[in-house]
Design a protein around this ligand. Structure first.
Ligand SMILES: Nc1ncnc2c1ncn2[C@@H]1O[C@H](COP(=O)(O)OP(=O)(O)OP(=O)(O)O)[C@@H](O)[C@H]1O
Ligand SMILES: [Mg+2]
Length: 165
């Protein structure tokens, strides 16, 4: 077991940068849950990740569409937002399960709205509003999730060392 990693995010740029760090170690077949209250920065994190994976256009919040697909060179990225799901059975009717496959990377905002029916994530990132901006907590649940978490932790300690120099 790897302990969860907690990182302070002082502004929007820090949230985007965490997304970019995550992008360096993700791959197809993974799923990442983005938890946290309304406005905590989940879509911002997704935007940082998408830009770092080569998406040059806009990143819209999928609150109304429920899902946005980004066909990238390395993988298909599905960005879900289940805020408007009020009944977990809606998940069964949606047909979204097939998007969780070995070719795709799935980012899921509001996974709690689907509950146990949702495929288990490799990583869960929880964002909390704090006086200094946001706090992120990153937890890994699979081997590829743990690989990601180790890479993010190494990058974070390297940038903390550089800042101290
Ligand atoms: N580390 C941060 N410090 C301060 N503000 C931030 C930080 N990260 C993101 N924000 C700001 O928080 C606001 C909400 O961000 P965002 O839309 O990404 O939240 P969300 O969690 O996706 O919300 P929702 O639950 O409605 O989908 C934006 O204005 C964004 O710039
Ligand atoms: Mg959002």
């Amino acid at each position: 077991m790897l302990p969860p990693l907690s990182l302070p995010l002082s502004d929007e740029a820090a949230t985007l940068a965490l997304g970019a760090r995550i992008a360096l170690s993700v791959g197809p077949g993974m799923s990442i849950h983005l938890s946290g209250e309304l406005g905590s920065g989940k879509t911002t994190l997704a935007r940082g990740l998408l830009r770092a994976l080569g998406h040059a256009g806009k990143v819209k919040s999928p609150t109304y569409s429920l899902v946005e697909l980004y066909p990238l060179s390395r993988l298909d990225l599905y960005h879900f937002d289940f805020y408007r799901f009020h009944d977990p059975k809606a998940w069964l009717d949606s047909g979204f399960r097939e998007h969780f496959n070995e070719r795709s990377l799935c980012l899921v905002e509001w996974p709690e709205k689907v509950g146990d029916l949702l495929p288990a994530p490799d990583l869960r990132i929880t964002l909390v509003v704090a006086p200094h901006g946001r706090d992120a907590t990153i937890e890994a649940f699979t081997e590829s999730g743990r690989r990601c978490l180790r890479s993010i932790a190494e990058q974070a300690s390297r940038s903390a060392r550089n800042a101290a120099d």
